[in-house]
Ligand binder design. Sequence first.
Ligand SMILES: Nc1ncnc2c1ncn2[C@@H]1O[C@H](COP(=O)(O)OP(=O)(O)OP(=O)(O)O)[C@@H](O)[C@H]1O
Ligand SMILES: [Mg+2]
Length: 279
Amino acid sequence: MIEIRNVTKQFQSRGQSELFTALDDVSLTIGKGEFVSLLGPSGCGKSTLMNLVAGLETATGSVEVAGKQVKGPGPDRVVVFQEHALFPWLTVLENVAFGLKQKGIGKKERTELAMEQIRSVHLSKFVDRYPHELSGGMRQRAAIARALAMDPDILLMDEPFAALDEQTRLILHRELEDIWLRTKKTILFVTHNIREAVMLSDRVVVMSTRPGAIKKEFKVQAARPRHKADSLLHHVENSIMECLRDEIDKVIKEEMGDEYSLKKDAVPGDSDPGMGSGI
Ligand SMILES: Nc1ncnc2c1ncn2[C@@H]1O[C@H](COP(=O)(O)OP(=O)(O)OP(=O)(O)O)[C@@H](O)[C@H]1O
Ligand SMILES: [Mg+2]
């Protein structure tokens, strides 16, 4: 479905002559209907990689979707960002129906299609509200409904729940899993949160930083719907944490320079109850 081959992405940093390598020879294949998370420290190139699949960036190497080279954005791929990006002057219903209107679908049909997606994210009572009248969780739900209304083959989600409180985040995990089980969309999901990645994904791709590259992949073969008490999930979380230790160490060292005196054991580890909270 998504085939990323030997992708290298360099940026020109402002005020510097040298190019900065954000992604270094990255290859990744994502199957149809698969739920894959990209996990890694800040700056490792997660959003850059997602933007390449979305067609918002270009790079050397090749990015193919359904056997075709990605040359720009397309209706087969819709992005959901951390900030909902709803139009503030439109209601929930109008926001969700917006893309359908652009597609030329008539009012009756687009209202029906939009309402179906609004129901699937449990926002039926709020269809006439404007974004500023909604909670953060509701706004993200509306953004997901808007993406689903376009019926893309692929959902690209860049930290869609990062700004939400833990309770809301857990509810949205359940809703997203339901949607995915029902629609079997291919989902590429970016997150800092280990627990979130493990809870949701079939496969977690751990990235390393400077330059951004794929460090290791973890399959999550726990039964669906997932239960957070499933010991298999905890086992995978621990393995990922172990894999990320060196990366976190590297980032802290680079950022703190000589002040760095943290012992390896002081980096949040498997006995830390906050382990899943993020990196
Ligand atoms: N347009 C740009 N121009 C220059 N450098 C860029 C640009 N976009 C990204 N970068 C650099 O590329 C690297 C990867 O950025 P990217 O946004 O993909 O990281 P990320 O893994 O998504 O980080 P975060 O978790 O903080 O969102 C960073 O070092 C960033 O500064
Ligand atoms: Mg990012």
